[in-house]
Design a protein around this ligand. Sequence first.
Ligand code: F6R
Length: 240
Amino acid sequence: MKIEVCSDYEAMSKKACGITSDLIKKNKKAFISFPCGDTPALFMDLFSEEVNDKKTDISEAAFISLDEWVGLGEKDEGSCAHFLNAHLFGKLKYNFANKFILNGANKNIEEELRNHEDFFNKYAPLNLSVLGIGLNGHIGFNESGVDISLNSHIIDLDNVTKKVMVKYFGNNFKPTRGITQGINQIMGAETIIVMASGKHKADVVNLVVNGKASNEVPASLLQNHKNCFLILDKDAASNL
Ligand code: F6R
C-alpha cells in the first residue's frame, strides 16, 4: 500500500480526485467504481467539476456501483443510489458511456445481483476501484469474515454496520442485508484508492496498515494489492 497522509479532508479528496482523473486521462475506456458515504462526498463533487469543466472526459468510460442496502432504491435518502445522484450523476453535464447503478429496491434481488455481476463481467477487470473503510474494516459490504473468493453477492450486515447506518437514514429504514462487489472483484482492480478521514477511523486504519492481512478486517487484504493508494487525512493517520 502506498500511504499518503494529507493535511485535511479537502486535501485528501483532491488527492484522490487527481489520481482518478489522471487514470481516466490515460485510459479513456476505464472501468471504474466509487463508494458512497461520508468519506467520498467531496471527492465526488470535485470529480464532477473536473468532468463538467471538460478536464476529464468520461464519454468512453464505464461505471458500476460498489454496493447498496437491500431494500433501498434511489428515492430513499441514505441509499447509495441516492448518494450517487446527489454527488455525481445529478451534477454531471456529461455521461459515462455505460453505467450500472444497483437498485436495492428491486423485489427480485437475485435478478439485481445477476445483472450486477453480468455488467461487471462485461467490462472486467476494474481499472479503478475507489473505496472507503467501515469502522469494522469493511470495504463495500464485505463484512468481517467474508468469503474472499466471492464476486457480487448478498451479505448479512455486521452489527457495527447496523449501528453506523443510522447516520445515513436515522430510523427510517432498517436494512439487514447488503448487496456488494466481492473481494475477488475488488482485488482484481488494476488500481485501488482507499480513503479514510477523521479520528474515529484512526484505530481501524492502524489495523488495516499494521495488522495481519485477513478477512476479519477486510480492508487489511489491500496490503496484498500491487497498486493500492491509501489516502488519509492527519486525523485518520494519527495512530500509525
Ligand atoms: C459505501 C461503502 C462502505 C463505506 C464505509 C465507510 O458504499 O462501500 O464500505 O465506504 O462504510 O463509510 P463512511 O465513508 O460513511 O465512513
